[in-house]
Write a protein that binds this ligand. Structure first.
Ligand SMILES: *Cc1c(COP(=O)(O)O)cnc(C)c1O
Length: 433
């Protein structure tokens, strides 16, 4: 399987380069050269398959002969270790819970799969791989845990001192082993600038085999297609005919993965892009004009993105399609006040505690239902409500219980190396470590 750049369909690379480089040489995003349709037998037998079986079949479809079947099976067994259950909350509405992984957000799927795939791709190399990432909070936790104890890979995470939540800091700084946290006496932008400079430093690259784990890596999208099929599998035959996937979106990786699943033959009646007031994509879908702008802070902060990176992939997937993107995807956006009211309303009407991102999705589905009363909604719940305790507790007026796997981090001891916000300090650390 080859991958091309969204900037130039003729610029093609192999799997190894696409995953280890992350970004194409012309700064485009990698896309698989072909997205084949699953055979009819896949859908005939889907009821008998486990989540891992589904993941294996889709991986085979994508990687084809680039990875042997036994290796694919081994990777899936290590990466897909938790389920994506569908919870019915009302007659027409299901919640797809994507937060059963170690960092309690859907990004665990991408991070864990990417770790396994990278470990496979560097096997036999005599040098270890160093994953260098800057985080403003959440991504770092998923990456740290996803790569934890992965052979041949060292992870170094830069985070801005005092600017991530206590729990986020604990998720980065208490693992140890192959995960090192660098606490930078500066801002997230400082961390990001230091990482960028490292990737341009020829001397450092002599010493270390560097790679990034950022959200535009194609290796993160592939596993996100798996749970769309897992959701479909949990619907009744009547519901399967009118499945509407509602995707709370920021950088639009999750929605792009859904569109890839659709291209593989997943029957979907409608996709819904749900955003907070950072509504560049819903605006595009309504007007045909894509106008990136500065992001605005909201309660659903993982979706505060003003220039969604995966937009190029969405356009690319549909540029030759007879169905235009704006018929397959509908967009809706909501503000914080509506989000708070939705968290309360979902709780009062159904007893379900939804997080602020899922609440934006729920609002979008309510709006869609007014136009299409016959729809069956599957709302992707991208994070556990306990990750946004203050917001959720103030919306529902009662306490939210925190899962044990989140709580255990609180009592562990922080272990981070404190550095000034200067590239030289990072370089010295990386050259000597
Ligand atoms: C990252 C994230 C999102 C946005 O996902 P995209 O793939 O960037 O659209 C939504 N909700 C939560 C909780 C997230 O962590």
């Amino acid at each position: 399987m080859k991958f091309y750049s969204t900037n130039n369909g003729n610029l093609k690379t192999g799997l190894k380069e696409a995953v280890l480089e992350g970004l194409a040489k012309d700064r485009g995003l990698f896309m698989p050269e072909t997205i084949s349709r699953l055979p009819q037998s896949f859908f005939e037998h889907i009821d008998e398959m486990s989540f891992q079986d589904i993941a294996i079949q889709i991986s085979q479809l994508i990687f084809q002969d680039s990875i042997e079947q036994t290796e694919i099976e081994r990777m899936i067994e290590k990466a897909i270790t938790f389920d994506a259950p569908l919870v019915n909350i009302s007659k027409k509405t299901h919640i797809l819970e994507l937060f059963h992984g170690p960092s309690l957000a859907f990004k665990d799927f991408g991070a864990r799969f990417m770790a396994q795939l990278m470990a496979y791709l560097i096997r036999g190399n005599n040098r270890n791989l160093t994953i260098l990432v800057a985080t403003s909070g959440d991504t770092g936790g998923a990456v740290a845990q996803g790569f934890y104890e992965t052979e041949g890979i060292e992870v170094i995470i830069l985070y801005p001192s005092g600017k991530v939540s206590d729990l986020q800091e604990k998720q980065l700084t208490t693992l140890g082993k192959n995960v090192t946290a660098l606490e930078i006496d500066g801002t997230f932008d400082d961390c990001q600038a230091m990482v960028k400079e490292a990737f341009m430093d020829a001397e450092l690259k002599q010493k270390r085999n560097l790679s990034s784990a950022n959200s535009i890596n194609i290796a993160r999208l592939i596993p996100q297609t798996f749970y769309y099929f897992r959701a479909y599998q949990q619907l009744s035959p009547e519901e399967r005919e009118k499945a509407t996937f509602v995707v709370p979106s920021g950088n639009f990786g999750n929605l792009t993965a859904g569109l890839m699943a659709y291209k593989m033959g997943l029957p979907v009646r409608q996709f819904i892009a749900a955003t907070n007031i950072n509504d560049v994509v819903p605006q595009y879908l309504a007007t045909g004009v894509f106008q990136p702008r500065k992001s605005v802070q909201t309660l659903s902060n993982a979706m505060d993105i003003g220039n969604p990176s995966n937009f190029a992939r969405m356009i690319d997937l549909f540029h030759k399609d007879s169905n235009p993107l704006d018929s397959v995807v509908k967009g809706y956006s909501f503000n914080d006040q509506q989000t708070m009211a939705a968290i309360r309303q979902v709780f009062e009407q159904t007893g379900y505690i939804i997080d602020p991102h899922g609440a934006v999705g729920w609002l979008a589905f309510q709006a869609y239902l007014r136009e299409e009363p016959d729809a069956c909604g599957i709302i992707l719940e991208t994070a556990h409500p306990a990750k946004f305790l203050e917001t959720v507790e103030s919306a529902i007026g009662q306490e939210v219980s925190v899962p044990v796997r989140l709580e255990t981090f609180r009592n562990k001891e922080k272990n981070a190396i404190f550095l000034p916000p200067a590239y030289e300090a990072l370089k010295q650390f990386l050259m000597n470590d």
